[in-house]
Design a protein around this ligand. Structure first.
Ligand SMILES: Nc1ncnc2c1ncn2[C@@H]1O[C@H](COP(=O)(O)OP(=O)(O)O)[C@@H](O)[C@H]1O
Ligand SMILES: [Mg+2]
Length: 267
């Protein structure tokens, strides 16, 4: 996109020419688009926070009462198995509200100074199931530490790696890179100036269409039959809560790259 502005040059009452300029506004458009996307996610997260918080309190009461009831009745009692079933369902509901709380930045990270590489390697070992999926980790030795909750950040990578694997049903390679980065004032990510760790997770999968790309971080957005659409929403909330930024680029049929910025422990 460009802006064209021009005006006539008039001499002795006659138009003798045109004067103007053409300005490329691609960057400005991109920035506007980013801001819009983020403000939509932020208002969604505000709404989610309230609901999830109230739900969580109610569920805690239900769980407490089910376990009290289970304690006072006999294991042989007919009611016992129904209480068990209720308890399983409540635990699933609890799990769900926890994910929504993650999206809405409602869970405080338990921060420690840790190596992003260590979390990445552990997560890759943990969650690559298919033999047809390879993973290359390319992280320099001097990658600085981050001040982060290792469980939460592990969850982010787990979600990204599982998505990458699912995007490559015939197999392929996931590439994970790391880099130290200095962000200056007024960077396009709207992050405070400082030292960051940049992690990218790329796949060679099916890619994401332009329409879907705008929505993938929304809770419950999924294109999968058995998806729940909470993986990226929780990733988004966790990274934001850590003072970082997550973004995505994708080409349909070629692959997808997620980029994460996390503040270094030195900043
Ligand atoms: N690596 C990827 N390649 C292609 N599409 C992806 C990728 N990661 C996420 N997506 C898209 O984003 C949607 C939301 O992802 P997610 O929040 O993890 O939920 P789910 O995996 O349960 O669908 C997916 O359904 C898919 O359409
Ligand atoms: Mg997922």
């Amino acid at each position: 996109p460009v802006i064209i502005e021009s005006s006539a040059v008039i001499k002795d009452g006659k138009v003798t020419g045109l004067r103007g300029f053409i300005m490329d506004i691609s960057d400005r458009k991109q920035l506007e688009y980013e801001r819009q996307r983020i403000s939509k996610l932020d208002s969604l997260s505000l709404l989610t926070a309230g609901i999830a918080h109230d739900f969580n309190n109610i569920l805690t009461v239900i769980i407490g009462n089910i376990s009290l009831a289970s304690m006072i009745i006999d294991g042989e009692d007919k009611a016992y198995k129904y209480l068990q079933k209720a308890s399983n369902a409540v635990n699933m509901a609890k799990d769900l509200t926890e994910k929504l709380l993650m999206f809405s930045k409602g869970i405080e990270p338990n921060k420690k100074i840790i190596s992003a590489e260590k979390i990445i390697r552990e997560t890759v070992d943990l969650c690559l199931y298919n033999k047809t999926t390879k993973c290359i980790i390319d992280i320099p030795e001097d990658l600085v530490n981050i001040d982060a909750d290792s469980v939460q950040i592990g969850q982010v990578f787990q979600n990204l790696i599982i998505n990458a694997e699912q995007a490559m049903p015939k197999g392929g390679t996931i590439k994970i890179t790391g880099k130290n980065i200095d962000l200056s004032e007024n960077n396009i990510y709207n992050l405070p100036k400082g030292k960051y760790v940049e992690i990218t997770v790329s796949d060679e999968g099916i890619g994401i269409s332009k329409e879907n790309l705008q929505r993938i971080f929304e809770p419950y957005f999924t294109t999968k039959d058995k998806g729940n659409g909470l993986g990226l929403a929780t990733a988004y909330g966790i990274i934001k809560k850590h003072g970082g930024f997550i973004n995505v680029t994708s080409v349909v049929g070629v692959g997808t790259t997620f980029v994460i910025y996390l503040p270094s422990s030195m900043s």
